[in-house]
Design a protein around this ligand. Sequence first.
Ligand code: GDP
Length: 392
Amino acid sequence: MDYTIFAVAVFVVALLVFGGVVLIRPRRPGAGKDAPPAEGSGATATAPAPEEEGERAGAAAEAEPQAPPAEAPAPPAAPEIETPPPSAGRLVRLRARLARSQSALGQGLLNILASDTLDDDAWEEIEDTLITADVGVTSASQIVEGLRTKVKVLGTRSPDEVRAMLRGELLAQIGPDMDRTVHTGPHQGRPGVVMVVGVNGTGKTTTTGKLARVLVGDGKSVVLGAADTFRAAAADQLETWGARVGAPVVRKDEGADPASVAFDAVSRGVEEGADSVIVDTAGRLHTKTGLMDELGKVKRVVEKKSQVDDVLLVLDATTGQNGLRQARVFAEAVDVSGIVLTKLDGTAKGGIIIQVQRELGVPVKLVGLGEGPDDLAPFDPEEFVDALLEEG
Ligand code: GDP
């Protein structure tokens, strides 16, 4: 009898202990919870009422195995700031592209020069080859004259001598000693200011974005001004470029006064102690007077805040004489201090470098060699001529 009572007592205690464990076992976080509201569904997560919570706890205890805990929502990804390559060595990196587009010209000239007898026809052919490559008539005839004199002096010529001779003549025309510095540095506590001008479609906005990358790659802080207020897309495009390298972009509504955008961009650059401000301008070739008024005003207004250190004219190398005509109009409208020749990867007519410098009297400072974000490089005459004379 005593034994039976003892057995019943053990059973009751065991039952109580088991029941207690089940009831007080803590709920695993998230187990059995409703799925979180889908992003953007408009539903808000509210805390369940206490009695509801109790019911759910019981249900959760029964529903084994339990669902794994819901993962915490990922924080919004911060835009990744890129570190572009510095300006030094860019043309070397892009040299293969330059050689690909320009070496047909170099090889054409070398082949003619290598022939045993150089008669008038051969010299004419050399001149035509140069003119076809957009070198320009005056420069082409000067190159031929220089080569003729050297050939007379040399007599028989080895391939290396021919190459050196041509290299020397081309370099002399390109002007190895021209100052090609893009003046982007800060001075007297103010940022360097660069205005980018040119006809729509030449690659002006792209060049502004690429130049910002060159400067950031060189360790500079940059503010961009989207003063092409006639095209909202241009400001959007510039914002994307700026965001990738952490450069703020000053913009206003479509149709706003370009000069006021440029002024605000430079003011922001001054306030933030930026090294450089680059202003992208509108490139509508409406009337020459309109263009002069507009670009002149942008420059004057900016200069109330800080001097404009460089006015870069963007020219599409594939547009030849038509591009040159447009360049002349811009050069009359505003004091151009440097040329950016874009799309040099897409044409064999690299001779335009010689012609445009001669026509406008300003140096080519940068060249565009592709659509990639870092396909803009400081122009180096020796690298250019060497790529041109590279064997294909
Ligand atoms: P914008 O109207 O003058 O501002 O011209 P965009 O900057 O919008 O450029 C026009 C087009 O030219 C775009 O598709 C660019 O990617 C392209 N582009 C710009 N520079 C170069 C270059 O150096 N090489 C090549 N292949 N395309 C370029």
